[in-house]
Design a protein around this ligand. Sequence first.
Ligand code: IMP
Ligand code: MG
Length: 181
Amino acid sequence: MKRVVYKGLTFEPYIESEKIQARITELASQITADYEGKLPLFICVLNGAVPFAAALFQQIKTDAEITFIRLKSYGGTQSTGVMKEVLGLAEDVEGRDVVVIEDIVDTGFTIKHLVDGLKAKNPKSIRVASLLFKPEALQIDFKPDYVGFSIPKKFIIGFGLDLDELARNLPDIYVLCDNQQ
Ligand code: IMP
Ligand code: MG
């Protein structure tokens, strides 16, 4: 695999697509076992979680529903901590077993904001599945219930993750080269 360049920044291969898919298969088995017979509602956080949500949802082997919500907090390679809900939720989550599907938990502000907002709508239960988790970047007390990969505090792109909306279509995950962090 080769390095890629976006907006003058160089990224090197970090997690190959085969490894991502294999880990998603494991998460799907775990989630299937946990939600057997419960009709969970998966809420995919647009745009970044789409590839993860699609791969995960296809491998859930019990009846389940999926819907989408959009939030935004990032500009460039640093979390801004400023959030706004761009697209609201049409589905009623009251009494539902909700599983939020996120691409990455960095400072944790985005997911905390979303989970708190959803809790106010009285779901029966709420858990978070995040493909990636940066424990060292966390600024609040929060841990996703299902984590694909825990990674160091580095900026990554690919498999849904973007640099200013670019690189989401890469099947593999790349990390910003060290001399550019
Ligand atoms: P948080 O609120 O700091 O946890 O940021 C979460 C959001 O920031 C994610 O949903 C991503 O959109 C974005 N983000 C965080 N880390 C990265 C990264 O390494 N690459 C690309 N986007 C990221
Ligand atoms: Mg995002």
